[in-house]
Design a protein around this ligand. Structure first.
Ligand code: ISC
Length: 463
């Protein structure tokens, strides 16, 4: 089977080299095969010797994983337009040579990546390896779907490429990634934690609440940073292993760019596309978990009936409903939220379904939804303006859409929260919360402490 595949891949490559010679354009070639069971985290770990651009995505509730290694095609934009990503994407698909008999979501030509929370803000040095919008079609892609495993090879072929060199590279890479039996590296321990200006942050929460009382806005989400120094360089694969174990029901993701890695376990789906069917989630309003079942239930009940949390949540519901209605039919939003418990905290949760109208894409939806009032505020521009002026944090990709899309109108984006940026032995963790008129700075501060926990416990390697 593999031999046959290699032969037909060779013939695709040779066709691509000929086409690249005539058109004088580089040519994307993509081929997918079904392979034996491979552990996605081990695959990610083994890829370290091949590339410093790796991407990991798991929807733990759906047991769906994709891992990308290297970059066959780069869609990188510094300006603030998702529509241009769509143009690039369509053009790429129109010209690509694709052999994918499976048509399984997340196989074949797949774009993986994310974007900045606010591309109009100048990047600080913290995020200098992350473009404002960056999606890559990986050279090697592992997809796990319904307990079956698929391997896609994507190559950008140039007119002067050598067929034999290309096929040798493919064989060697496959061998390293798919047949590795190496143990996962151990995670370093936490040496030091430093909260960045917590008192100043509390003052900013108070300022935001005052502005809201004065009717300058209705809700503003404010975030802050916790800087962690580890005893040694971080092994992202072991953080991923810990997050997968400790955060069921979350999106566990990592996007590496030139060795820096943005990693997290987000409970918040922004949007999932399954052909024309869309799924989104309103998630805002937070409480801790109880120590006993009874206490947990009581905290949940209180959360459900707490005016402050309900108003934080309702802003999100209203905005997501309106955004969906602009581009979709059959938008369905339940009247009241439910409690969704996660490992370290519980949230108010309202699921949304809709049918995408003809002529619109997942990129239109992302542009319309981001940032929802769960990460920005209400009204959008006034809250973004407040964040830009007062937050004193370069959010970078924190709080922004992160995810993937394929050539068959499938894709999924999470909101990149409960996350951190890994740079060698340093990790910057981010957490925020929705400020409304009754917000108490001390209580919001404590809430951010709980929101750091998923990443902190993954770094500690224990509960
Ligand atoms: C901004 C964050 O969470 C958002 C998502 C869910 C609940 C939230 C809240 O209750 O404030 C936040 O809006 C974060 O985790 O950094």
């Amino acid at each position: 089977m593999i031999e046959v595949k290699l032969k037909s891949f060779e013939s695709l490559l040779s066709k691509a080299i000929t086409k690249a010679k005539t058109t004088e354009y580089n040519q994307l070639v993509s081929m997918t095969e079904e392979i034996h069971e491979v552990d996605p985290v081990r695959f990610f770990a083994s890829a370290k010797t091949l590339s410093m651009d790796r991407v990991f995505w798991t929807s733990t509730s759906e047991q769906f994983s994709i891992v990308g290694v290297g970059c066959a095609w780069n869609i990188e934009l510094e300006e603030n337009r998702t529509e241009t990503i769509e143009n690039h994407w369509q053009q790429l698909l129109d010209e690509a040579i694709i052999d994918n008999p499976y048509q399984v979501p997340g196989t074949g030509v797949v774009g993986l990546g994310g974007m900045s929370f606010d591309p109009s803000v100048r990047k600080s040095s913290l995020w200098n390896k992350f473009s404002h919008r960056s999606f890559q079609v990986p050279n090697v892609l592992l997809t796990k779907h319904n307990a079956r495993n698929y391997l896609t090879i994507n190559l950008q072929v140039k007119a002067n490429d050598d067929l034999q060199e290309l096929t040798e590279w493919v064989e060697q890479s496959k061998d390293i990634l798919v047949n590795s039996s190496e143990r996962l590296p151990e995670c370093a321990g936490i040496a030091r934690q430093q909260e960045i200006a917590p008192d100043k942050w509390k003052q900013t929460v108070k300022l935001a609440a005052d502005k809201i009382k004065a009717h300058a806005a209705q809700k503003i989400v404010l975030a802050r940073e916790l800087r962690v120094t580890m005893t040694d360089d971080v092994q992202v694969a072991s953080i991923l292993r810990n997050l997968l174990e400790k955060q069921p029901d979350s999106y566990v993701f990592a996007v590496e760019r030139a060795g820096d890695c943005f990693v997290g376990a987000s409970p918040e789906r922004l949007v999932k596309q399954d052909n024309n069917q869309l799924f989104s989630v309103c998630l805002a309003g937070t409480a801790p978990r109880g120590k006993t079942e009874a206490e947990d239930r009581e905290i949940g009940e209180n959360l459900l009936h707490d005016d402050k949390n309900r108003s934080e949540h309702d802003f999100v519901v209203k905005m997501i409903r309106q955004s969906m209605e602009a581009y979709c039919d059959a938008v369905h939003v339940p009247e009241t939220p439910v409690i969704h418990p996660f490992r370290n905290l519980q949230h108010l949760y309202t699921p949304v379904t809709a049918q995408l109208k003809r002529g619109y894409s997942i990129f239109d939806i992302i542009e319309k939804l981001h940032p929802t009032p769960a990460l920005g505020g209400v009204p959008r521009e006034a809250s973004k303006d407040f964040i830009r002026k007062h937050e004193q944090l370069d959010r970078g990709w924190y709080g922004a859409p992160v995810g993937w899309f394929d050539s068959n109108r499938n894709g999924e984006f999470a909101v990149a929260i409960r996350s951190g940026l890994v740079q060698g032995d340093k990790v910057s963790l981010f957490a925020g919360c929705g400020v409304v008129k009754d917000s108490d700075p001390e209580a919001e501060y404590k809430e951010t402490m709980i929101k750091f926990r998923p990443m902190l416990s993954a770094l500690e390697g224990r509960q």
